[in-house]
Design a protein around this ligand. Structure first.
Ligand SMILES: [Cu+2]
Length: 204
């Protein structure tokens, strides 16, 4: 993949698995929107590894929804009022894969908003939401993520997730990556929460 490109763009059509056809359109400069149109009973060979990996991640997001329970600890450090991150994990990737995904629970005692994320393994990190509409799985970047007081916000496969874009190296199972998550509360207080994210084996 071209790791130097400031504005990754891609569009086209590819196929994965047994007959799933996917049309994709990625344009980070135009609001970072990603649409996946899945069409059954259509068989071809995937185009490039990078695009393939994107689909692998996205198909996992839908195929493995709610099958994950992580008992391993993740680390969050912050002030007394900072949001708490738990159950953080990311999925291992294969060499050449350009994107990864990370999941977690976010809890805050006060209303707050996740406004920015950085990682040590990718060029950028986005909050993505997913929805199924007329047989079309759409994955869309959102600028920020509201975290209402007193409830857990779940980032999980098939739902809201953090997308690691422009991986600098493969995510290896057993290792971990680091996130810096920036939250801003209603009073404008900014808290940066460092999070250690364990990497799980691919396929789990
Ligand atoms: Cu995504």
């Amino acid at each position: 993949m071209n790791g130097n490109s400031a504005v990754p763009q891609a569009a086209g059509e590819l196929v994965y698995g047994y007959g799933n056809r996917v049309a994709y359109d990625v344009d980070s400069s135009a609001g970072a929107r990603l649409d996946l149109r899945v069409n059954e009973n259509f068989l071809k060979i995937a185009t490039t590894m990078a695009v393939m990996s994107l689909v692998v991640v996205c198909s996992i997001l839908t195929a493995h929804a709610a099958d994950q329970k992580d008992t391993r600890p993740s680390t969050s450090i912050g002030t007394a009022h900072s949001p708490a991150i738990s159950h953080a994990w990311a999925r291992a990737t294969v060499p050449g894969q350009a994107v990864g995904a990370a999941y977690m629970k976010i809890y805050s005692a006060v209303d707050t908003t996740l406004t920015g994320i950085e990682s040590d393994v990718s060029r950028s990190v986005e909050v993505h939401s997913m929805r199924h509409q007329n047989g079309v799985m759409q994955m869309r970047a959102q600028k920020q993520l509201e975290v209402p007081a007193g409830q857990n916000v779940d980032l999980a496969p098939g739902g809201i997730h953090l997308m690691l874009l422009g991986l600098k190296k493969p995510l290896k199972a057993g290792e971990s990556l680091q996130l810096k998550m920036t939250f801003v509360d209603g009073a404008g207080n900014r808290t940066i929460v460092p999070v250690r994210v364990p990497i799980r084996p691919f396929g789990q």
